[in-house]
Structures are given as structure tokens and as C-alpha cells.
Design a protein around this ligand. Structure first.
Ligand SMILES: Nc1ncnc2c1ncn2[C@@H]1O[C@H](COP(=O)(O)OP(=O)(O)OP(=O)(O)O)[C@@H](O)[C@H]1O
Ligand SMILES: [Mg+2]
Length: 368
């Protein structure tokens, strides 16, 4: 087992900087998620760790071993890195059965036959492939093929697992099941895992820690709780959470209120203390939909943080009602309990739980 370290790693293609000065430490046995929108550099980062791409600059360590450093001319090829990978676009051996595909890495390593058989059956059971062991890949659905690829990776115990969106081809129900299974399996095996996804729910539910990336730049690394509750900037704040956090642009006043044109809100004394230096500046207040209440059902009363708007759209999800409310130029999304009497086209009074709010500078960096 081994951790993975990236130190000031860059990857430039002809005219694209895919990864910019990335420094990231993945601890031994940790489940680390690389999360970010399409094209942000997740796969490129994983491929550099695997040895399928060479960094333009910087160092990569697996355990204590330097595996890539262009300045020192160090480059350890993939086969000598003791990693197992599952790719976004996986390839199975078409002429082999599911059984043989999964068994392949162990056969290569000359593991005894009965041991191979035991482990293939164990992995097949876990991935729901037991009934399919005799089939060929062409006789499988996309999701089944993906599970075979996953099985082939987890059948042996490498130093590091690298997984690139391994659940993306599965249907929603199976994905939820596999999320939990994969997380449990990773804990059992204790193998350091770097898992790429652009799905923030997957990231929140599976990761010990999440590394949030945007346009090749690492934005924040933290536990799911940290990135959710203490986002370091507006990108992280807006990327994690559904429906996403609301952002309101306004000006901080001397008395600790914020002016949004159509309405004012009052920060708590503690919040104002931290943000005093920004009086007179344009700032962005962030508040999550679940921290906004229907005044009729609100657990808190706070006159100064109550606003009135018009419900433009209401989405009834059964267990909650998502309302999109306009207040003049501004709009707010709130998730309300099913008992809410909110109606499309009607007025609604909303209470903002200001204690849960975040404040960001114009640059996007968080003040709190
Ligand atoms: N071989 C390559 N040559 C040139 N540009 C590349 C190459 N591989 C990736 N890129 C570019 O580098 C950037 C990062 O790509 P990457 O595949 O790492 O993104 P990603 O985060 O994995 O996205 P997705 O979620 O869509 O898979 C993109 O702008 C991409 O177009
Ligand atoms: Mg990718």
C-alpha cells in the first residue's frame, strides 16, 4: 500500500494547459475523489499518475518512490507502478468470457488456479456478474461490461486503484448500489484509491476527501463536510449541492446589513466582525436552498432576513418542493417541505437562515 503525491504538476498539450501547478497528497488507504466539470483535467491527472502521460513539469510519487519528474528524467512506465485502473472507456478482451476477462490479471501473475477461481467468483458475486461468467463481452449491456472492467481491476490488490468514472454507464439504481459497494470494498481492501467523477453526489457519498478542480486548477481539498460547509470559493460553493447555492450580489453597509437593491439582509455580529474590512465593497452572499424557509413553516423568526417574492416555478419532488422565486432582479431557489402552500405565480414570504450564509469577495474567494 502507498499514498500518492503530486507536487507542482503541470500538463500542457499543444495549446491547452490541462493541469496547472497541481499539488495534492493522497494518504495511504485513502479514498480520494477528483471532482470537476467536463474538460477540467481529471482524466489527464489520473493518466499522469498511471504513467500513461508524462507531466510537463513537477513530480509524482507513489509511496516514497519518485515515478515521474521530467527535470530529473525520471519516468516509471505503467506496468512498473503497481496500479490497477478502470477507464472511462474501458476495453475488454472480446474473445474471452467474462470469467477469463476478470481472471486475466491473476493469470498473468501465475496465481494458482483454485485461488483464481475463488477470487473470480467472489468479485463476480459482488458485482452481480455470477450469472454472466460464461458470456462474451459482445453479449453484455454497456453497464454489465463496465462491471466486468471493474471486476478485472479489483481482483488483485495493487498499491493504488485509479478509477475514471467507473459507474457512468450504469442505470441510476445500480449506480446507487455500486456506490455503496465500492466504498465498502475499498475500506475492506484498504487500497489507496483515486476516483474521478463529475457527479457531486457520487463524490459526497464515496470520498474520504474530495479534490475539486476547475479548468486545470485545484480549487479545494477537503472532506465532503468541509467542501460542503466551508467552500473556499464561489466555484466550489456552486458546484457542490443540488439545487445549487444561491448567489446574491450586494454591498456591505457600515451597520452590518447588506444592500441588494430590492431588499436588505442583516449579517450576524460574528459574520460582520470577519467582513468589516469590506464595507462599501460589492460582495456575493451565498445561501443554500435548504437554508431558506417558507415563513409560514419557518423554525426561526428573523424580520430583518425575511423577503417577499413571487414563485416563478415550483417543482414538486414529493418529499420536497423546490421553488424558484424572483425578488425584483434577484432570484432565489428554496427547497421547502411538502406541507408548504407555495403556488406558482403567487407571492411567498421567505426567511433566510443567515447563520448558514457564506460571503465571497469579488474575486470569488470566501470571506466566511
Ligand atoms: N491528448 C490530448 N491532446 C490535446 N488536448 C488534450 C488531450 N487530452 C486532453 N486534452 C485537453 O485537456 C483538457 C482536460 O482534459 P481531460 O480529459 O483531462 O478532462 P476531464 O476532466 O477528464 O473531462 P471529462 O469529464 O469530460 O472526462 C481538455 O481541454 C482536453 O481537451
Ligand atoms: Mg475524463
Amino acid at each position: 500500500m502507498a499514498g500518492v503525491r503530486l507536487i507542482n504538476v503541470w500538463k500542457e498539450f499543444d495549446n491547452v494547459v490541462a493541469v496547472k501547478n497541481m499539488t495534492l497528497e493522497v494518504k495511504d488507504g485513502e479514498f480520494m475523489i477528483l471532482l470537476g466539470p467536463s474538460g477540467c483535467g481529471k482524466t489527464t491527472t489520473l493518466r499522469m499518475i498511471a504513467g500513461l502521460e508524462e507531466p510537463t513539469r513537477g513530480q509524482i510519487y507513489i509511496g516514497d518512490r519518485l515515478v515521474a519528474d521530467p527535470e530529473k528524467d525520471v519516468f516509471v512506465p505503467p506496468k512498473d507502478r503497481d496500479i490497477a485502473m478502470v477507464f472511462q472507456s474501458y476495453a475488454l478482451y472480446p474473445h474471452m468470457t467474462v470469467y477469463d476477462n476478470i481472471a486475466f490479471p491473476l493469470k498473468l501473475r501465475k496465481v494458482p488456479k483454485n485461488e483464481i477461481d475463488r477470487r473470480v467468483r467472489e468479485v463476480a458475486e459482488l458485482l452481480g456478474l455470477t450469472e454472466l461468467l460464461k458470456r462474451k463481452p459482445r453479449e453484455l449491456s454497456g453497464g454489465q461490461r463496465q462491471r466486468v472492467a471493474l471486476g478485472r481491476a479489483i481482483i488483485r490488490k495493487p498499491q493504488v486503484f485509479l478509477m475514471d468514472e467507473p459507474l457512468s454507464n450504469l442505470d441510476a439504481k445500480l449506480r446507487v448500489k455500486m456506490r455503496a459497494e465500492l466504498k465498502k470494498l475499498q475500506k475492506q481492501l484498504g487500497v489507496t484509491t483515486i476516483y474521478v467523477t463529475h457527479d457531486q453526489v457520487e463524490a459526497m457519498t464515496m470520498g474520504d476527501r474530495i479534490a475539486v478542480i476547475n479548468i486545470g486548477v485545484l480549487q479545494q481539498v477537503g472532506t465532503p463536510e468541509e467542501v460542503y460547509n466551508k467552500p473556499s470559493n464561489t466555484f466550489v460553493a456552486g458546484f457542490i449541492g443540488t439545487p445549487p447555492m444561491n448567489f446574491l450580489k450586494g454591498t456591505l453597509l457600515e451597520d452590518g446589513r447588506m444592500d441588494f437593491g430590492e431588499f436588505l439582509l442583516r449579517l450576524t455580529p460574528d459574520q460582520f466582525e470577519i467582513s468589516k474590512d469590506y464595507v462599501g465593497k460589492t460582495l456575493t452572499l451565498g445561501i443554500r436552498p435548504e437554508d431558506i424557509y417558507d415563513a409560514e413553516l419557518s423554525p426561526i423568526q428573523d424580520e430583518e432576513n425575511t423577503v417577499v417574492g413571487r414563485v416563478e416555478i415550483l417543482e414538486n419532488l414529493g418529499n420536497e418542493k423546490i421553488v424558484h422565486v424572483s425578488i425584483g432582479e434577484h432570484s432565489l431557489t428554496a427547497s421547502l417541505p411538502p406541507e408548504s402552500k407555495a403556488r406558482e405565480g403567487s407571492k411567498i414570504k421567505l426567511v433566510l437562515n443567515i447563520r448558514k450564509a457564506h460571503l465571497f469577495r469579488e474575486s470569488g474567494d470566501a470571506i466566511f
